[in-house]
Design a protein around this ligand. Structure first.
Ligand code: BTN
Length: 259
């Protein structure tokens, strides 16, 4: 069976240097981490599958991907993305922004970045991002992206249905996944350059698209729980919360409740 993606176009039109394609795979992030030590694979390496059946999310979460979803991971090293390792947490945010901006070319909708690494379409999650650093070798990062493209929310597990969005449901027609992926990768490479050269410009852009601004949220950071009104995302990628005790800058955590 030939790949349902145009791999030649992906190589010619994006910053991807090599591709590892599978008809079916457990998790593209797991596969990309396995390939981290393989010096023969040119980077950025795109690991992509038509059907992912054991997608991983943040923490212990799983990622649902019905037929027609876009699920892939990019294996990059700090030299390729030219972003120092200390700024890697910002790569997730830059990726979310790039996804929102690329998707905006295909649908007319309210597209927002939900700190730290989700993209929301008209108030529902359309994309999840899982960025992971390889421990062996170090200096290599995997950026995993799951985007609901042609997998209608109607076919999602019942408990997820009210919370997720899919491009096919918004456009009322299927999209070419290669076209969407090319737009996304092109925007991602541009946004990684902005992160390197002009981080303040990036901060303005994610401030504009911040889904949580003005909302009261509960944020869990390990054993600590903070509740406050979101002021936005600052240039260092911290979520700024106005709490009873004053302004809190949160660099990591899980938004467990929007009140
Ligand atoms: C989240 O919402 O918690 C992040 C979900 C990330 C899912 C993507 S799908 C492609 C890549 N491979 C995985 O196993 N996970 C990421």
């Amino acid at each position: 069976m030939s790949a349902p993606f145009d791999l030649e176009r992906l190589l010619a039109e994006t910053f991807v240097a090599s591709i590892d394609y599978h008809d079916e795979l457990g998790s593209t992030n797991t596969r990309a981490l396995e390939l981290a030590a393989d010096q023969d694979r040119l980077r950025p390496l795109l690991v992509i599958t038509d059907r992912q059946h054991a997608g991983r999310g943040r923490g212990h979460n799983q990622w649902w991907a019905g037929p027609g979803a876009l699920t892939f991971s990019l294996l990059v090293d700090s030299e390729t993305i030219e972003v120092p390792q200390k700024n890697w947490p910002l790569v997730s945010l830059a990726t979310g922004l790039a996804v929102a901006e690329a998707v905006a070319r295909f649908v007319t909708a309210d597209l927002r970045v939900k700190w730290p690494n989700d993209v929301y379409l008209n108030g529902r999650k359309v994309c999840g991002i899982l960025a992971e650093a390889s421990s062996h070798p170090e200096g290599v990062m995997v950026i995993g992206i799951g985007l609901n493209v042609n997998n209608s929310a109607q076919h999602a597990p019942t408990e997820l249905r009210p919370f997720i969005a899919s491009l096919v449901d918004t456009c009322q027609r299927p999209l070419d996944r290669t076209d969407v992926l090319i737009a996304l990768l092109q925007r991602l490479s541009e946004r990684l350059v902005t992160l390197r050269d002009d981080p303040n410009q990036l901060a303005d852009a994610w401030q504009e698209r911040c889904y949580l601004t003005g909302r009261t949220v509960q944020l869990d950071m390990g054993t600590q729980r903070v509740t406050g009104v979101v002021q936005g995302i600052d240039p260092e990628g911290a979520l700024c919360l106005f709490t009873e005790g004053g302004l809190h800058r949160c660099f990591s955590g899980i938004v467990s409740k929007i009140i």
